[in-house]
Design a protein around this ligand. Structure first.
Ligand SMILES: [Zn+2]
Length: 291
């Protein structure tokens, strides 16, 4: 079962707390399954819970009893179809929402119920370990805009997109997806997204630290390689005796320990000096070799 289906099953089990919210959820379910559109009188889904919810909603909110048909399907699982039996029933359903589109979404409490209905019938969310992507097959630009306006009220941003003659709306980013899923009541699904996000953040941070350490090591080694080359040049010219006495110990230490950091070098000297002191002496050695 896909992550989307698991989330939808969870959402189908939620019952709106008040009549206004039940109407808002029904509006989301019916507008975005296009059952309110002319020429559309059926909606098909692979998820039995969704078909049952649609049937129950039309009965309780619109007083219309619809047929839920199980269609045979090749391969695994079945397909379910909710269909409005006749024009008379369709008129009843449309009349329930006629002229109320703005009013239905006026109250804050209804926004979440509406969005839950929309997600159930036309939304999908990608398994969060792969990507943070939520998509709504809204169908028309107008439905994209209604969705966009409603989401903005929760501070959630998305984009509409036309693909062929179909319009869809999508949301990117873990924060917005988590906020929406929390609002519509997908508690278990949210927990899964949050866990995956924490895992991912942790892994990214760990990678960044490792990369950072590696960069420091690389820098130390390339500086050390130049210092060693300079010291070798000095020794070839006139031996250790040719190196000023105060620089001899550090020169020897560096040649023998090219991997040491400045701090390690400073601590290894017979009379420890500061890191910048070590750096200063190594620079002097390089200057001498350059002459
Ligand atoms: Zn409400």
């Amino acid at each position: 079962m896909s992550y989307s289906t698991v989330a939808k099953n969870e959402l189908c089990g939620i019952r709106p707390e008040s009549d206004c919210c039940a109407l808002a959820e029904a509006y989301g379910l019916l507008l975005y399954s296009r059952l309110l559109s002319e020429g559309h009188d059926s909606y098909a889904t692979d998820t039995k819970e969704i078909a049952v919810l649609m049937g129950e909603t039309m009965a309780s909110v619109c007083g219309v009893y619809t047929d839920v048909i199980t269609l045979a399907k090749n391969g695994s699982g079945s397909r379910y179809m909710v269909s409005i039996p006749n024009d008379e029933q369709k008129k009843l359903i449309c009349a329930r929402f006629a002229g109320t589109s703005g009013g239905i979404l006026e109250k804050e409490c209804c926004v979440a119920s509406f969005l839950r209905g929309v997600f159930i019938v036309c939304g999908t969310v990608t398994e969060p370990s792969r990507d943070y992507h939520m998509e709504f097959l809204a169908g028309s630009e107008r439905r994209c805009d209604i969705l966009s306006d409603t989401l903005e009220r929760l501070g959630i941003h998305g984009n509409k997109l036309q693909r062929g003659d179909r319009w869809l709306f999508y949301i990117k980013g873990a924060d917005d997806i988590i906020r929406l899923m929390k609002a519509i009541g997908a508690r278990n699904a949210v927990q899964h997204v949050e866990q995956t996000k924490n895992m991912r953040d942790f892994r990214n941070n760990a990678n960044r630290l490792v990369n950072c350490d590696q960069a420091n090591i690389d820098r130390t080694l390339s500086a050390s390689a130049q210092q060693c080359a300079a010291i070798r040049r000095l020794i070839e010219k006139s031996g250790y005796a040719g190196i000023p006495p105060e620089l001899r110990e550090i020169a020897q230490l560096r040649i023998e320990n090219p991997e040491m950091t400045l701090r390690e070098l400073s601590e290894s000297l017979s009379e420890p000096i500061t890191r910048s002191g070590v750096n200063h002496r190594l620079k002097k050695l390089m200057e001498l070799a350059g002459k």
